[in-house]
Design a binder for this molecule. Structure first.
Ligand code: XMP
Length: 512
């Protein structure tokens, strides 16, 4: 790697976001644990080092400390929040409990805008979240920014190229954070900014090759979603068909998806591909079940059993691969350390049962949009890479009441019509998620001269940034009209179409 910024992680909630912002500036960056020995850090020849924030106070017992020799290595350093306080403490400054805890958007006065703060406005809104603060800079440093309550909101020692900021330049609430990061990367660290996803793919391929070794084999559970598909494509690049993918087709995917997955991984990325066609088993086990949680439970259990049976019939593999991405890592509270490979400690997980002790997780440092960009770089089809989220239990949670093959066909066909029309209207990239739901409701209709008594399809379309909250999408009436007419005409046993106009909360996005 020609040019790299290393981020020492002190456990801050935004650490990976720093890495992502740096990568957005076309400079490669990696997060490593704060206790990585200094010689190891120096051996990687970073262009610059960023010390992240963290939950500890610098004076807490057992608070993370680093070797102060890092400041003498001639490498530019930027400390953020805890990283700044630690720098101040280790170099002889003073860090004290703030009299006024600052949290949220705070106006910061930029006093000296010649160095790190070049190009920022004098009074700039920044995101702060701290209890401790630097009250006295170490010798050789001077305060370059302040707030009403914080005398040293930023400090610098230009000669040694060591900097600190109390606020968080990586979050979007810090209006001019990007300018600050650009200054650090390009003016101070003198990066050239020639990194891109292609380079990431090359690095990841090398890391996978090193981790797996020359003859090692890898097993991956392919769901057909974006993450596992991108992971499979990447690992295939690294080790070819020493990768085996097992795809459990539960018969509850959207129209065309199962065939597309099979096509991609037998033609574009010809891995050793096993398709377990298990729809009959899933439908048999779901027969008569109406409770949403019970459906999910049955599908989860069946999935594991089918996968295990297939995996065991393949003989021993060396590694188990997963398309875990950074938000999953955070959600499971596992921290952000190893890049590609980590010891496996999933509680009660499938890899354990199959006897794997180590996992290959090549996407664990990436955010969703970075994963999509990587997928495109690797040459995966756009429809697959830009696929909207889809629940693991599939269409089963979009059929209210009992799941049967007939009802699955109704919701699948209705959904396909809806998707087609949204795409034709050019709205697919503007709506975060949209799908059809088969309500269990039947109502009276009239078709031709005949009375009908058939199902009601609900259309759900939402816009959201994070899927935690969502608004219903204001679809054009003409579009709704076309979708409704087509579904009723083309899909047998549907006689009525309704539109879901509920936000989340109080409703969830899925109906079950
Ligand atoms: P809700 O319905 O909770 O959904 O508002 C939020 C997002 O999560 C997706 N979702 C799931 N994804 N397994 C998944 O992988 C699931 O069981 C599951 N349930 C909901 C949902 O599609 C939406 O994007």
């Amino acid at each position: 790697m020609k040019e790299m910024i290393l981020i020492l992680d002190f456990g801050g909630q935004y650490t990976q976001l720093i890495a992502r912002r740096v990568r957005e500036c076309h400079v490669y960056s990696e997060v490593i644990p704060w206790h990585t020995p200094l010689p190891e850090i120096l051996a990687r020849q970073p262009r610059g080092i960023i010390l992240s924030g963290g939950p500890s106070g610098v004076h807490d017992e057992g608070a993370p400390r680093i070797d102060p020799a890092i400041y003498e290595a001639g490498i530019p350093i930027l400390g953020i929040c805890y990283g700044m306080q630690l720098t101040a403490l280790l170099l002889g400054g003073r860090v004290e409990r703030a009299r006024e805890r600052e949290y949220g958007r705070i106006t910061v006065r930029m006093k000296d805008r010649d160095g790190l703060l070049e190009g920022l406005t004098e009074s700039s809104v920044c995101w702060m979240s701290h209890t401790w603060q630097v009250t006295e800079c170490p010798s050789g440093f001077h305060a370059v920014a302040e707030t009403e309550h914080c005398p040293v909101a930023a400090m610098e020692n230009r000669e040694k190229r060591v900097y600190g900021v109390q606020f968080h330049p990586e979050v979007t609430h810090t209006a001019e954070g990007k300018i600050l990061l650009l200054n650090f990367l390009f003016k101070i660290c003198r990066c050239s900014g020639d990194w891109n996803m292609k380079a990431y793919a090359e690095t990841a391929v090398r890391q996978i090759q090193d981790a797996v070794g020359p003859g090692g084999t890898v097993l991956l559970a392919l769901s057909g979603g974006v993450d596992s598909s991108v992971a499979a494509a990447l690992i295939y690049r690294a080790i070819g068909n020493r990768l085996t993918c097992v795809f459990v087709d539960h018969g509850l995917l959207r129209k065309g998806e199962s065939d597309q997955v099979c096509h991609v991984f037998s033609h574009l990325f010809p891995v050793r591909f096993i398709r377990a066609d298990a729809a009959d088993r899933f439908f048999a086990d779901l027969k008569g079940v109406t409770d949403p949680e019970e459906k999910r439970h049955i599908i989860g259990r069946d999935f594991i059993e089918v996968f295990r049976k297939e995996a065991l019939s393949l003989g021993k593999m060396d590694y188990f691969a997963q398309g875990t991405i950074y938000p999953d890592v955070i959600e499971s509270g596992q921290g952000s350390n190893a890049a590609v490979i980590k010891s496996h400690h999933n509680v009660g997980g499938l890899p354990n049962e199959l006897g794997f002790t180590e996992l290959i997780e090549p996407l664990r440092m990436l955010f969703k949009d970075e994963v999509r960009a990587l997928g495109e770089t690797l040459g995966l089809p756009r429809e697959l890479v830009w696929r909207q989220p889809f629940p693991g239990p599939g269409l089963a949670v979009r059929i209210i009441g009992e799941v049967t093959p007939e009802k699955t066909a109704i919701v699948r066909e209705s959904d396909a019509v809806f998707r087609e029309e949204i795409a034709a209207a050019g709205l697919d990239s503007r709506i975060s998620q949209y799908f059809a739901v088969l309500t269990n409701l039947r109502s009276v209709g009239v078709m031709g001269d005949e009375r009908t008594y058939d199902y009601t399809i609900a259309l759900r379309a939402v816009t959201t940034d994070d899927f935690m909250t969502a608004d219903w999408a204001r679809l054009p009436y003409e579009l709704i009209e076309r979708v409704s007419a087509r579904i009723v005409n083309e899909v047998p046993h549907v006689s009525r179409v309704v539109l879901d106009v509920t936000t989340k909360p109080p409703a969830s996005i899925e109906w079950e």
